[in-house]
Ligand binder design. Structure first.
Ligand code: ATR
Length: 279
C-alpha cells in the first residue's frame, strides 16, 4: 500500500513486539477497505512506555494498541480511562482524541465475548463458568462474563490470594476455588476458560481432570499458539464444544480499528486464514 502524506497512523506498542499478529491483522483491513493508513509495530522497552505513549499525539498517531508488558503503564499514562478499562485495571487500546488528549480503553472483554458468540452460539450463559488464572487476562475474561450475565464465575488460580484479590476488586458473583479443587469446580459448569499461559508452545499443559464437566459445556483457551492446545484437544475428544483463542485476538482489534480509521471492520474466515499464514 502506497501512503500519502495524510495517512492515518496507528500501531502496537510492546516489548518484544516482533511476535505480534496485530500489524498483519490491521494491515489486512487497511488494504481491504482501501484506507490511506498504516499500522506499525512499536518496540518500546518497559522504562520508556509512558514517555512513548505521551508522545503519540505529537507524532500525529491516531492511537495504538498496547500489549505485554505495557498494559498497566498505559493505564497511568493516558489522560482518561474508560470505566471498563478502569475495572479491568489495564488498557489495551489508546485513542488520541481530537483535542490531543489520550483515552485508554480495554477491548479484551469485548473480544472474548464476541469470539464465544461467533464460535459457540449455543453457549448456555445460565450456568456457572470456571476461569483458570487470575492475571490481567483473567480480569478481562471475568469482567466480560459478569457483564454478559453469568450467574456465577468460579476462579481457580495457583496462587489463591491473587484470585481472592481479583474477586474482592471486581465484586459480583465470583467464587474463589482452591487450585487443588479446580477439577471438582467443573461440576455443573457451562464454560471453562484457560487464561494462563499453560498449554502455550514450550509450556506445560494445564493439568485438569475434565471428567466432572458436563458434555455440553464450552471449553475455550486464550492461548492460540498452538490453536488446538492440549486442553482444547482433550475437551474435543470427550465431545465438548471448543473455541480457540485466535478469535479473541481478531475481535478485540475491531473497536480500535473503527476508532482510528473510521471503518467498522469484520472478522471473516479469510482474515483468520491470513493472520494464521503469517506464522
Ligand atoms: P496475564 O496478565 O497475561 O494474565 P500474568 O499476570 O502473568 O499474565 O498471569 C499469568 C497467570 O498464569 C497467573 O494466573 C499465573 O498463576 P499465579 O498467579 O499463581 O502466578 C498463571 N500461571 C503461570 N504459570 C503457571 C503454572 N505453571 N501453573 C499454574 N498457573 C500458572
Amino acid at each position: 500500500m502506497i501512503l500519502s502524506g495524510k495517512a492515518c497512523v496507528a500501531g502496537v506498542m510492546g516489548w518484544p513486539v516482533g511476535h505480534s499478529r496485530s500489524p498483519r491483522l490491521h494491515g489486512f483491513w487497511l488494504e481491504r477497505h482501501g484506507i490511506d493508513g498504516a499500522y506499525v509495530p512499536l518496540a518500546v522497552p518497559p522504562d520508556r512506555a509512558e514517555q512513548a505513549i505521551r508522545a503519540l499525539p505529537a507524532l500525529g498517531f491516531r492511537g495504538c494498541n498496547v500489549t505485554v508488558p505495557h498494559k498497566e503503564a498505559a493505564l497511568r499514562a493516558v489522560d482518561a480511562v474508560d470505566p471498563l478499562a478502569a475495572r479491568i485495571g489495564a488498557v489495551n487500546t489508546i485513542v488520541v482524541r481530537p483535542d490531543g488528549t489520550l483515552e485508554g480503553r480495554n477491548t479484551d472483554a469485548f473480544g472474548f465475548i464476541a469470539n464465544l458468540r461467533e464460535h459457540a452460539p449455543g453457549w448456555a450463559l445460565g450456568s456457572p463458568a470456571l476461569v483458570i488464572g487470575a492475571g490481567g487476562a483473567a480480569r478481562a475474561v471475568v469482567v466480560a462474563l459478569l457483564d454478559a450475565g453469568a450467574p456465577v464465575v468460579r476462579v481457580a488460580n495457583r496462587t489463591r490470594e491473587r484470585a481472592a484479590e481479583l474477586a474482592a476488586s471486581l465484586g459480583g458473583p465470583i467464587e474463589v476455588v482452591d487450585w487443588a479443587e479446580r477439577s471438582d469446580a467443573l461440576a455443573g459448569a457451562g464454560l471453562l476458560v484457560n487464561t494462563t499461559t499453560l498449554g502455550m508452545a514450550g509450556q506445560p499443559a494445564l493439568d485438569i481432570d475434565l471428567s466432572p464437566l458436563p458434555p455440553t459445556a464450552v471449553v475455550t483457551d486464550i492461548v492460540y499458539t498452538p490453536l488446538l492446545t492440549p486442553l482444547l484437544a482433550a475437551a474435543a475428544r470427550r465431545g465438548n464444544p471448543v473455541v480457540d483463542g485466535l478469535g479473541m485476538l481478531l475481535h478485540q482489534a475491531r473497536p480500535g480499528f473503527a476508532a482510528w480509521f473510521g471503518v467498522e471492520p469484520e472478522v471473516t474466515p479469510e482474515l483468520r486464514r491470513f493472520v494464521l499464514d503469517g506464522r
